[in-house]
Design a protein around this ligand. Structure first.
Ligand code: 8IG
Length: 264
C-alpha cells in the first residue's frame, strides 16, 4: 500500500513536470465564493485539471474537474487550487487532504485555506471576510493515518493572522465549525454551535488544515460569510446566495489576498 505522503509525492512530481515549476512556495485553496477573486493573484503560467495529476478524485459533476494554477507573484510561486474535494463526496479523508499534501510535497511551506460559510453573528453580513482563529471539527474523523499525535495549539497561525490585520485592521476573527454536510444545519444545531463556542459553520477546511499541519505547513484560514446560519434570520438558505455573494465580494477578496500573499 502506498502511504498518503507517497501519493502526494507522486502528484508533486507530475505537477513539476507539467507546470515546469520545480518548487512552489505558497498554496491557496479557493473555496465557494472565492473563485471570482482568483485573477487578482497574478497571471497563471500554467493551468491543469486536478485529474491530470495522480491521486485526485474525478469531478463530482461531469466536466467540472477542479483546476490547479501555477501563478508567479513577484518572488513567489503560488499553487492555486480552484475547487477542492469535500468530505461529503464520500471519497474518504485521503481524497480531501490530497491537495494540501501535494502542495507540501511540491515545496509549499504555507497554505491559505479559503471557504464560504454561514455566520452566527448578524454583524458579519454576507460578503464579510473573517479570519479563522481556531476550529471545531465535527466530522468525527481525522485525515491523519496512523498513530501520529499532531499538535494543533496554534493551527491557524497567529503570525499570519496578525499580518492580515496589518493589511486590513477591520478583519474580525472567529471559530470555524466543520459539519459533514452536504445538508445545512438545523436551527437547533446552530444553537449548539453557539453553545460550544463556534462563530462560523461550513463543510470544509478543518481536515485540510490538520493535514497541512501534519505536513509541517503554516496555515492561514479565511472564511467569506455568504449567509447567516440557519435560524439566525428565519430565512431559508440557498446555494444561489453563495454564488451571488462571491461575485459581489470578489474585488474585496481579490485585493485582500493580493495584499496578503506577498507579505507571507
Ligand atoms: I457557503 O450555513 C455555506 N457553507 N455547514 N452551513 C454549512 N456550510 C455552509 C453554510 C452553512 N454556508
Amino acid at each position: 500500500m502506498t502511504t498518503a505522503k507517497e501519493a502526494a509525492t507522486d502528484a508533486a512530481r507530475v505537477l513539476a513536470e507539467k507546470t515546469g515549476v520545480e518548487r512552489h512556495d505558497i498554496a491557496l485553496v479557493m473555496g465557494s465564493g472565492w473563485l471570482p477573486a482568483v485573477d487578482a493573484l497574478g497571471e497563471a503560467t500554467a493551468e491543469l485539471s486536478t485529474t491530470d495529476l495522480p491521486g485526485f478524485a474525478p469531478p463530482a459533476v461531469e466536466g467540472h474537474a477542479g483546476k490547479i494554477r501555477s501563478v508567479r507573484a513577484g518572488e513567489k510561486s503560488l499553487l492555486v487550487f480552484l475547487g477542492r474535494t469535500h468530505f461529503y463526496e464520500g471519497l474518504g479523508v485521503r481524497a480531501v487532504a490530497h491537495g494540501v499534501r501535494t502542495a507540501a510535497a511540491a515545496g509549499c511551506s504555507t497554505v491559505v485555506l479559503t471557504n464560504g460559510c454561514g455566520s452566527l453573528q448578524e454583524a458579519w453580513a454576507p460578503g464579510t471576510p473573517v479570519l479563522i482563529s481556531d476550529h471545531i471539527n465535527l466530522t468525527a474523523t481525522s485525515p491523519i493515518e496512523g498513530a501520529h499525535f499532531v499538535d494543533l495549539t496554534d493551527l491557524y497561525s497567529s503570525r499570519l493572522r496578525a499580518l492580515c490585520r496589518e493589511v486590513d485592521p477591520s478583519l474580525d476573527e472567529g471559530v470555524y465549525v466543520q459539519f459533514p454536510g452536504p445538508h445545512y444545519e438545523t436551527p437547533a444545531e446552530i444553537g449548539m454551535v453557539g453553545a460550544i463556542g463556534g462563530h462560523l459553520v461550513g463543510m470544509s477546511t478543518t481536515l485540510e488544515a490538520i493535514a497541512a499541519r501534519e505536513a509541517g505547513m503554516e496555515v492561514l484560514g479565511i472564511s467569506l460569510v455568504t449567509n447567516l446560519a440557519a435560524g439566525i434570520t428565519g430565512e431559508p438558505l440557498n446555494h444561489e446566495e453563495v454564488l451571488e455573494t462571491g461575485k459581489a465580494a470578489a474585488s474585496r477578496m481579490g485585493e485582500l489576498l493580493g495584499a496578503i500573499v506577498p507579505r507571507i
